[in-house]
Ligand binder design. Sequence first.
Ligand code: SF4
Length: 488
Amino acid sequence: MKVKMILPALAEAESPFWRPIKYSLFPPLGLATLAAYLSPEDEIDLQDQHVEALNIDDEPDLVIIQVYITNAYRSYQLADHYRAKGVYVILGGLHVTSLPEEAMQHADSIFLGPGEETFPLFLMDFKNKAPKQVYSSSIRTLEKVPPIRRDLIKRERYLVPNSIVVTRGCPHHCDFCYKDAFFEGGKSFYTQAVDDALAEIERLPGRHLYFLDDHLLGNSKFAIELFEGMKGMNRVFQAAATVDSILRGNLIEKAAEAGLRSLFVGFETLSPANLQQSNKKQNLQKDYTHAVNRLHSLGIMINGSFVFGLDEDDQDVFKRTVDWGVNHAITTSTYHILTPYPGTRLFQNMEKQGRIMTRDWDLYDTRHVVYKTTNLNAVALKNGYDWAYTEFYKWSNIFKSSLKHENLKHQLKHFCYTGGWKKFEPLWNFLIKTKSLNNMLPLLESILSKVKLSSKEPDSRHAKTSLEPAFDLSHLIQNQPLKLGNTQ
Ligand code: SF4
């Protein structure tokens, strides 16, 4: 059987204002995971429109398209194109799960929730010429998941080909997050067996790994066993976790020993009221400065995530947030305009209040204001968001922030990582054009090399709580609305 798997480009990835490098980071792991259920005899063509021009003149037996909100219209066009040729088309992913009726108009079968249980069922039905229209996942387990078909991934086109996912979902329930909608009808947080995760790591060449899990530290027992197993593997890795997990026991020290060198952390807001309103209870009363110091003391760089436009935000929120990031030596900041994704409690609440201003899903990219704001007007919100990016990534602020570290090596790493990421666009574009992005991996690995604990840098085991009440973040929230957007 000929199978075509497509990740259509997100609308923003092709805008002249956005950065090609952002969309050439991670390969389409979800599709490569599903491909593992196909037969070795099947002829599989996996295409990621972020890194290659799509060939749609073919006539496969089956087309599988992964749908996010801002590639939804493009996905539907592709689906319609193939269905017009008589090809069987299936759609799955976050957006399909949120809006099944919409997706159903463009597909022969749709998939709701994760596909590990339902995709093999579909393949059986398809073989028996009796596929169903809707496959809804209820059994949630990663046991017996076959190894990802990494041979289908064009490694040289990605900066981070060694991306990996060893858990699904997250134990928390933030109102603006897709997670609860996607995992409705079953467990919303579960892990691989540790041995399977370690075996997958062993299969990856080189040293660098990027865990794309929503919350790698979400299950302490699993995380500790994973990190124990990784000791001695000589890996360096990046991951995401919540503020509260950084402060829990000695989990973060174990992660650092296993090779953790940079962490995506959802700080999101300095306002406890915003935190409460977004159901970010897990981070209430948590000391943010303590968490930052703890990471710095272990030589772990921080990618801080921040949301603008929550109901308590005022005109000063942009400066307050940027200053906080610079003064706390946050390595990179990702700012988002609050976005009510369909299917989330945030969307439902805003809809009830008549605050949803547009259903043009291309604008749901966390860079546009798509809802009726409260304290800030929409123009001020958009301008403030743009200003925050420009301000945080000014050379003077990169320099100032780097110098906050006591350790010279940490200063240099911070400076190179932030400057390299944001200030060398022509070089990134050249590497993308020449399909040689992967050649930058040794440089990335050396920037992520270990920093020895300085006697002056605060020791995580004795880190003090914040002395700056304005920034004592009992207030921070974790939000990773869309993984592709977490590394701006
Ligand atoms: S926003 Fe982050 S912490 Fe909250 S539910 Fe989603 S993944 Fe979990």
